[in-house]
Design a protein around this ligand. Structure first.
Ligand code: HEM
Length: 370
C-alpha cells in the first residue's frame, strides 16, 4: 500500500522511508485566541488524516467552489504522503498564553558565521513538511490545508525539494547523491533503529522538557545554496579532500567500501582524511561526541537563476534531534570554517519543534500543548 499511517506516538515523515519530493512551508498564525488556535490544530489534524490516506472528494455542487483543487480529479492517491507539523519559538509568545509551555531548547535560529540569511526565507510560527513521491501530491495537500485554514494562518515562505529515492535495501548504504556529486546519507543514523531514535531523536520523559513535548523532536531546516559552477571547475582531489570520501564509491578516503567506518585514531595527523574534512568534523567518532549525532534528511532544490546569472540550487538540509544544542548546533559549530564553506552558503531555514504524534483517533496534533 502507498499509505503511511498517520496515527502513532510520533509523527510520520521523520523516520519514514525516503520519498522523491518534499515541500517545506512556513506559516505565521493569525488566530485571534487560544480557541481559534485549537480550531487550527483540529482542522489541520483532520485534513492531514484525510489527505495522507488517499480517497475520494465529495460530489461537486455547481453553486459552491469545488471541494478540492482538482489536481487529481475526483480521486486522489495517498502516494506515501506525510505532512509533519512543527512549531517555531514565535508561537510561544504571549499571544496564546503558551510562554511556560515552550520546549526548553526552542529559539529563533541564529546566524552562523558563513550564513547569509534571507529574512524572506527564515523562521515562522508553524512549519509544514510535505513529503510524497510527486510534487502534485504535495501541492494538492498544501492547497487543501491553506483553504481550510483561511483566516487562521498566512504563508511566510516555502521551498520545494526533490531527490531520486534510494532503491538500495541496505540501511547503511545509499545511492543518493547530492548536487555536488557525492553520496549523501551514508553515515546517517538508521531511522529503523528504535533504541537509537529514543536515545538521540525523540524527546523523552524526565528530560526537563514540558510533558506535552514527549515524543516530539527538534527539527532544523537549512536552505544551503551550492555554488555548483565553481564546484564543477574544482579538481577531484580537492573535492574528495573537502568531504573526506571518494566521490565515486562513497568510501572514506583510504578505505574501499562506502559502509567502511573510518578509524580516526589511526590517522591522528589527518594524513589520509584531513582533520578539517567535512565527515571528520561533523562526526569525530569519539565517545564524547557520540551524543551529538543527528538524524539528517536532505533534498535537492533548484530555484532558477540568480541576479548574477548563476544557477540557484543547493541542499534543503533537515535534521532531527532530541536537543538542539547537543545536536545540530554542536555539529554546525564544529563545521564552522570548514573548507566546504567556500562552495556553499546557508540562506534560509529555521528551528522548529516537530510535535508528538497523534496516538488515537479523536485526539489532535498539539492537543496536550493546548
Ligand atoms: C556527512 C555533504 C551540510 C552534517 C556528509 C557527507 C556528505 C555531506 C557528502 C558524507 C556522506 C554521509 O555520511 O552522508 C554535505 C553538503 C552539505 C552538508 C553538500 C551542504 C550543502 C551539512 C550540515 C550538517 C552536516 C549543515 C550539520 C550541521 C553531516 C553529518 C555527516 C555528514 C553529521 C555524517 C558524518 C559521519 O557520521 O561520518 N555530508 N553536508 N552536513 N554531514 Fe554533511
Amino acid at each position: 500500500s502507498d499509505v503511511i499511517p498517520f496515527l502513532g506516538p510520533h509523527q510520520a515523515g521523520i523516520t519514514t522511508p525516503d520519498v522523491a519530493s518534499a515541500l517545506v512551508v512556513a506559516l505565521d498564525v493569525t488566530a485571534r485566541s487560544t480557541e481559534e488556535l485549537q480550531k487550527l490544530f483540529q482542522i489541520l489534524t483532520q485534513r492531514i488524516e484525510f489527505l495522507t490516506a488517499g480517497g475520494t472528494w465529495p460530489p461537486l455542487e455547481p453553486k459552491y467552489p469545488p471541494t478540492g483543487s482538482g489536481i487529481f480529479g475526483p480521486e486522489f492517491p495517498a502516494d506515501y504522503l506525510t505532512v509533519t507539523v512543527g512549531v517555531g519559538a514565535s508561537l510561544f509568545d504571549d499571544r496564546y498564553g503558551l510562554v511556560a509551555q515552550k520546549p526548553i531548547h526552542l529559539k529563533q535560529m541564529p546566524n552562523f558565521p558563513n550564513d547569509r540569511l534571507d529574512p524572506h526565507l527564515c523562521h515562522g510560527d508553524l512549519l509544514l513538511q510535505f513529503c510524497s513521491n510527486h510534487n502534485e501530491t504535495n501541492i494538492h495537500a498544501l492547497r487543501d490545508i491553506l483553504k481550510q485554514l483561511a483566516g487562521l494562518v498566512v504563508l511566510r515562505w516555502q521551498i520545494s525539494g526533490f531527490q531520486q529515492p534510494d532503491a538500495d535495501p541496505h540501511p547503511h548504504r545509499t545511492t543518493v547523491r547530492n548536487l555536488m556529486g557525492f553520496k549523501d546519507g551514508t553515515a546517517n543514523l538508521d531511522p529503523q533503529d528504535k533504541n537509537l531514535m529514543n536515545h538521540l531523536v525523540w524527546v523523552q520523559r524526565n528530560s526537563g522538557e514540558p510533558a506535552w513535548a514527549v515524543g516530539g523532536t527538534y527539527q532544523v531546516v537549512r536552505v544551503i545554496r551550492m555554488f555548483v559552477e565553481f564546484w564543477d571547475r574544482t579538481a577531484l582531489e580537492e573535492q574528495e579532500e573537502i568531504f573526506g570520501r571518494s566521490r565515486d564509491s562513497g568510501a572514506p578516503l583510504g578505505y574501499k567500501h562506502e559502509e567502511d567506518i573510518p578509524n580516526y585514531s589511526q590517522d591522528p595527523q589527518g594524513n589520509i582524511i584531513a582533520l578539517d574534512a567535512h565527515i571528520r568534523l561533523a562526526n569525530p567518532r569519539t565517545s564524547a561526541t557520540e551524543a551529538n549525532r543527528i538524524l539528517r534528511k536532505g533534498f535537492h532544490y533548484s530555484r532558477g537563476v540568480d541576479k548574477a546569472g548563476q544557477l540557484d540550487m543547493g541542499l534543503l538540509f533537515m535534521a532531527f534531534q532530541q536537543d538542539l544544542e547537543r545536536g545540530f548546533e554542536t555539529v554546525q559549530n564544529r563545521l564552522n570554517g570548514e573548507p566546504l564553506e567556500e562552495y556553499i552558503k546557508p540562506i534560509g531555514g529555521g528551528y522548529f519543534f516537530a510535535l508528538p504524534g497523534v496516538p488515537t483517533k479523536n485526539s489532535y496534533l498539539g492537543q496536550p500543548l493546548l
